[in-house]
Design a binder for this molecule. Structure first.
Ligand code: SF4
Ligand code: SF4
Length: 231
């Protein structure tokens, strides 16, 4: 018999730093086509997990370490999701991994979307809450956490959802160089065009902006106090 405690035990043993479970009634407001049931019609639970992201990348003068970690952590999350699905099959439970960093253009909402939103699954699973900057904020690691998820055919005890962690201080809105956060919904295209792309001189693809993440008072979380302590 496998229960929610065992689910977490398996995910932590595979390398996750956070893990939570969501019931499907928490996805009632999901845009059409992006509900867990649109991907797995027999889905009964969503398991979301996170891996911490090294906070030193936030104060680094070069864009390269942040970019490289972001590129490699997505593979780590996909590998954990894959291994978890295989492990669950040993218990006769069918699960499917949701890719961590893969999106498709949605004509209905004019934005890139994952087949199910990682951030919304994480919020529904009680990992944290989505802030004004449209990133997930967790109590443990702030927004320095990357997300993975798995849809399961079995129902598990869901975790309690968190109270909002963003206090609407507006610092992220004011810090954005292109005003991509002036409306409640982030201007995704504008942000991506500005923040992602080739370096002008060396033609190296990199992430050149994370100012909204840097400025947020909740960006580190309780487990990342090292950055506060050391400077
Ligand atoms: S990453 Fe940069 S451009 Fe995008 S919303 Fe944040 S501050 Fe604005
Ligand atoms: S900077 Fe302020 S408004 Fe923006 S996400 Fe953080 S707490 Fe919320």
């Amino acid at each position: 018999m496998i229960d929610s405690r065992k689910i977490k035990e398996i995910l932590f043993s595979l390398g996750a730093d956070l893990c939570g479970i969501a019931s499907l009634d928490r996805f009632d407001d999901t845009p059409r086509g992006y509900h867990p049931l649109d991907v797995l019609p027999t889905c009964k639970s969503v398991v979301s997990f996170g891996c911490r992201f090294p906070v030193g990348t936030l104060i680094c003068k070069s864009d390269i370490p942040y970019t490289r970690v972001r590129n490699s952590i997505t593979s780590k999350l996909d590998a954990i999701a894959l291994d978890f699905c295989i492990e669950m099959e040993k218990y006769q439970i069918v699960c499917i991994p949701i890719p961590t960093n893969e999106s498709q253009w949605d004509n209905n909402t004019d934005r890139w979307r994952s087949i199910v939103s990682q951030k919304h699954m994480a919020q529904a699973a009680g990992l944290g809450t989505i802030g004004r900057h449209s990133l997930l904020i967790t109590p443990e690691f702030g927004s320095m956490v990357w997300l993975g998820a798995v849809l399961c055919e079995q129902e598990f005890e869901p975790d309690k959802m968190k109270e909002p962690l963003c206090n609407n201080c507006n610092l992220c809105v004011e810090a954005c160089p292109i005003n991509a956060l002036e409306n409640p919904k982030i201007k995704q295209q504008a942000c991506w065009e500005f923040a992602f792309g080739d370096d002008g001189e060396e033609k190296v693809w990199r992430i050149a902006c994370h100012k909204c993440r840097d400025i947020c008072p909740h960006n580190l979380g309780s487990e990342n106090s090292i950055l506060h302590q050391n400077r």
